[in-house]
Design a binder for this molecule. Structure first.
Ligand code: V47
Length: 403
């Protein structure tokens, strides 16, 4: 039995309790776009934004006002802190029973580029991460048609046995649903077994866009939104923290994005446990949707800022720099973002030069900290549960208080 880490998200409770009024960092009367003034009033008085407010934000061209509003909320929650972690992503196999149109990662067994790591390889990578001082490994993969559930349990307990300090953030809701089917177990039973073997928390992938039209057009066959939510709800009920995502910039409309965010907010009200939202900027290269242009920088900034404004009960907004680029992620710290994910090292789901490009995608801690400081923020290393990390080289411990 592996000891379970107790989440101590100090400060989060205040966020969960509702929307704290935001200091009037900007005077609504100063906003040039009149359509945004009622939104600014609501933000300043700590009221929740509704669907129409979300659309008013999307329809506005006043990027700086949107950013300033989002940042007023961000700073009321986190001050000038900007979080990052030392982590390593492990994508154990790209063999997948599904063929989502947005995804360049998936392969069928025997197809060029298909791969699967064996357990020894996974332990070797986790060992490298541990030796480099990582606090977390983030493990996700395709829906492998033949691997039994016992393999995943052995993977977790094998890593924990060798490297007990590593937090295991593993498996999207889609993988959890797959495990339920192959093991003929309920969601609760699967999550309990995974936790028993070392699961610490769950990432937010696989949410895409909570809309049946978009689902049927782009990821038919994948778990629908109610299924994704059921998995996260159950995790939260069991005390397992999770994250959430939205994959934007393909065939969805802006209204569908706003509805997606509102659904996440409602789930967080009902069954709290989300730590952060990670808006994932769609990268078309190499996918079946490769003809689409992808997002502009302006759209990326708006998506991040609007996520901060709509998700008043989410403690953190993360820019996953692999998707938005490190340059835009740096700027996004002034548009509502308070977290940059981490060092990552290798990432296979989207590649550096698109399509079959480079999987080695690493940020050094020095670079992350330099970019944060240059943007006017204070870099804070966190662990997966947003506890401040005190570090001495590859040695680290979690601070008692929050960073
Ligand atoms: O589930 C797939 C998305 C997700 C593409 O929880 C794509 O801390 C853009 O969820 N363009 C995996 N996105 C990544 C993910 C994640 C990343 C970092 C941190 C966390 C966290 C979660 O990537 C998939 C899918 O939604 N994705 N293909 C693409 N072409």
């Amino acid at each position: 039995m592996v000891p379970v880490e107790t989440p101590t998200l100090a400060g989060t409770d205040a966020v969960m309790a509702g929307c704290a009024p935001v200091p009037a960092a900007i005077d609504p009367a100063d906003i040039a776009d009149a359509a945004l003034r009622p939104v600014a009033e609501k933000v300043a008085s700590g009221q929740r934004l509704d669907f129409d407010d979300g659309m008013a934000l999307w329809n506005s061209r006043d990027l700086f006002a949107i950013g300033a509003l989002a940042n007023a909320v961000r700073e009321s929650m986190h001050g000038r802190r900007a979080y990052y972690n030392i982590n390593r992503h492990i994508n154990y196999s790209n063999i997948c029973a599904l063929s989502c149109k947005f995804c360049e990662f998936h392969r069928k067994r025997g197809e060029t580029g298909a791969y699967e790591y064996d357990l020894e390889e996974i332990y070797r990578i986790a060992g490298q991460a541990d030796a480099a001082g990582a606090t977390e490994v983030h493990i996700v993969g395709g829906l492998h048609p033949w691997l039994p559930f016992a393999w995943y349990l052995e993977m977790l307990s094998g890593i924990k046995k060798r490297y007990p300090r590593l937090h295991l953030k593993c498996f999207t809701a889609i993988e959890i649903d797959h495990f339920c089917r192959i093991a003929k177990l309920s969601i609760r039973e699967v999550l309990e077994a995974l936790r028993e073997h070392g699961l610490g928390s769950m990432p937010g992938g696989g949410a895409e866009v909570f809309d049946d039209r978009v689902h049927d057009e782009v990821f038919k066959g994948k778990l629908r939104s109610d299924g994704w939510m059921r998995v996260h709800r159950t995790a939260h009920e069991l005390g397992i923290k999770t994250n959430a995502t939205i994959l934007y910039g393909h065939v969805e409309t802006r209204a569908e994005r706003v509805r997606h965010l509102i659904k996440l907010r409602e789930l967080q009200d009902d069954a709290p446990g989300f730590q952060c939202i990670i808006p994932l900027s769609f990268i078309p290269d190499g996918s079946e949707l490769g003809h689409l242009p992808g997002n502009t920088g302006l759209e990326d900034m708006k998506m991040l800022a609007i996520s901060r404004l709509m998700l008043s009960n989410f403690p953190h907004v993360k820019a996953f720099w692999i998707m938005q680029s490190m340059k835009l992620s740096q700027v996004s710290l002034n548009f509502g973002v308070d977290d940059l994910d981490g060092t990552v090292v290798w990432y296979d789901i989207t590649k550096r030069e698109g399509g079959s490009g480079n999987k080695h995608q690493e940020q050094t801690v020095e670079d992350i900290r330099r970019l944060v400081v240059e943007a006017g923020y204070i870099p804070v290393e966190r662990d997966t549960l947003y506890r401040r990390v005190i570090r001495n080289g590859s040695d680290w411990q979690v601070a008692q208080e929050r960073g």
